[in-house]
Design a protein around this ligand. Structure first.
Ligand SMILES: [Zn+2]
Length: 274
């Protein structure tokens, strides 16, 4: 059963699903033959659709010290052209899980790809999270530049500057005393995770550090969307070792199961869903 809500010390983390989807393998892992993934089918059956890569667009709400923090805003209301007109339901999923968009104090983007910023603005071009400030990795803001003006989803972040609710950040930045941004570059230059530490317990919300659970073992496997494959692989090496050593709960935006731990089993590192 998929666990949608956990506590890490005093921090509550709620997993949101904007859109489940199945995509052709070659779109996500163009350089890795499907036959290579087959070895992981038994271990991660939910990641294998009917001949396709089964995934989802997810996001997370964290409640810490009276602050409601939203990590990423999904792919958006749609209809999403390149997904055959599919529509997201992030705001409905939030409300179903007891979080009102108006409660969100801070939105943090792990990175600026379109499937992580899609519900930022309403059709009227005002924020869907009316009292929030929006934290954007400086390196992504710089890297994507002009693309932010043209991409159907990504252009939603540009008006945040004019509206005076944009905060560009770099490096490690405290969101609350229990939540800190942590640079995990490679997927994009500014790709950032959130480290959660409370009452001796730890978690990491880690966006697109990996797209398929097999990558916790095959850290060299890169998705087609990793902008710097070598850096992405070396970041996975470093961060996955840390996750496993510290017994952290890991939360990946695109894994079919939203929470798990990296453990050693029969000489291999696996993602064990909670
Ligand atoms: Zn993504």
């Amino acid at each position: 059963m998929t666990v949608p809500r956990i506590t890490v010390g005093n921090v509550e983390i709620i997993a949101l699903v904007d859109m489940p989807m199945e995509l052709p393998w070659e779109i996500i892992f163009g350089s890795i033959p499907l036959s290579e993934f087959e070895a992981y089918r038994e271990l991660y059956p939910k990641s294998f659709g009917s001949g396709r890569f089964a995934t989802q667009c997810g996001a997370y709400v964290l409640r810490s010290q009276g602050q409601t923090v939203l990590c990423d805003t999904g792919i958006g209301a749609g209809p999403i052209r390149f997904l055959g007109g599919a529509c997201g339901r992030l705001l409905d999923d939030m409300r179903d899980k007891g979080v009102q968009p108006a409660d969100v104090d801070i939105v943090v983007f792990t990175h600026l790809h379109g499937d992580h910023v899609g519900w930022t603005l309403s059709p009227e071009q005002v924020p869907n999270f009316p009292k929030a400030r929006f934290l954007v990795p400086q390196a992504d803001w710089d890297y994507f530049g002009k693309m932010l003006e043209t991409n159907q989803q990504m252009r939603q972040v540009l008006p945040l500057e004019q509206l005076g609710v944009l905060d560009l950040f770099s490096g490690e930045r405290a969101i609350t005393e229990e939540i800190t941004t942590y640079p995990t570059p490679g997927h994009t230059p500014g790709h950032t995770s959130l480290l959660v530490s409370s009452n001796g317990e730890k978690a990491i919300v880690t966006g697109d550090l990996a797209h398929h659970p097999a990558q916790v073992e095959r850290m060299d496997w890169c998705s087609s969307f990793d902008t710097d494959a070598r850096t992405a692989a070396s970041t996975r090496q470093q961060v996955f070792a840390q996750m496993q050593a510290d017994g952290m709960i890991a939360a990946f935006c695109h894994f079919p199961e939203p929470f798990g731990k990296l453990i050693r089993l029969e000489g291999k590192r696996i993602f064990q869903a909670l």
